[in-house]
Design a protein around this ligand. Structure first.
Ligand SMILES: [Zn+2]
Length: 261
């Protein structure tokens, strides 16, 4: 039916980080080398990206992804957006702009920082047409891109809300960077049987900006998915250590991990 690729399994600085190195991660394990977080999903004939990480170009080349139908944004922190310009290389041969989807607040922020990708320069130079087309989404309002049905849900992030995506009525739940799950979001999630849950685990211990392992475990119990993959992991999350702390249906992700759907 489809597949998903974890393009990047790292948090904002990647692993190793420029100044803090490998932290608690074993440098001998190649699964601990992590680029910035992003996901590719292919269901039926439809291919989408979730976020455009700072490492997008290498991720697309390494995973042989040459075409996508749309991009969904979880929020606008640099690690999730800084690769936006690499979408140009995917749209060179398109006659229409690529559709990107985000909440109004996130879209406004994207536009402030990367106005040139949305602006219309049509006229004498046909190569200067807009590269991306904005589509505003609202929490708890389902929309569809080809074969993928998408329900955006609000999470408490830092400092602004972040957007999670429930795809095809529970086939995949992608939880974004979050501090806690809002009760109204959990009330929606409890109505679905989730197959695959992609869950951030920035640090084992919670910090003022991100939830930790204890929070993840509490929420996983409530959501009760079949399989869980942890992502957005910092240098404090060694692959084998996370695996050892997890139940049999939970695993740390790694860059390039393919999940069959
Ligand atoms: Zn992040």
């Amino acid at each position: 039916m489809g597949r998903m690729i974890i393009l990047g399994s790292g948090s904002a600085a990647g692993v190793p980080t420029i100044s803090a190195g490998w932290g608690n991660c074993n440098p001998e394990n190649p699964k601990n080398r992590r680029s910035r977080a992003g996901v590719y999903v292919e269901i039926g004939d439809t291919k989408i990206l979730i976020d455009t990480s700072a490492d997008l170009r290498n991720q697309l080349i390494d995973n042989h992804i040459e075409h996508i139908d749309a991009v969904l944004y979880t929020h606008t922190h640099a690690d999730h957006t800084a690769g936006i310009d690499d979408l140009r290389a995917m749209t060179y041969h398109h006659s229409t702009p690529l559709n990107v989807y985000a909440t109004a607040a996130h879209m406004q922020n994207l536009h402030e920082r990367f106005a040139y990708v949305f602006n219309d320069y049509t006229g004498s130079d046909a190569t200067h047409r807009p590269l991306l087309k904005m589509n505003i989404i609202r929490y708890r309002e389902t929309f569809r891109i080809g074969d993928i049905e998408i329900l955006p849900l609000e999470f408490a992030g830092h400092p602004m809300p972040t957007t999670g995506f429930l795809l095809n009525r529970g086939k995949i739940l992608l939880v974004p960077d979050y501090k806690y799950i809002l009760p109204e979001t959990m009330a929606v999630l409890e109505k679905f049987d989730v197959d695959v849950l992609i869950m951030p685990l920035t640090n084992i211990d919670a910090c003022p900006y991100h939830a930790g392992m204890e929070d993840d475990m509490r929420y996983i119990k409530q959501i009760n998915p079949q399989k869980v993959f942890f992502t957005h992991m910092s240098q404090y999350c060694d692959y084998d250590a996370v695996e050892a702390m997890s139940a049999p249906n939970m695993h740390p992700a790694n860059d390039g991990l393919i999940i069959d759907l």
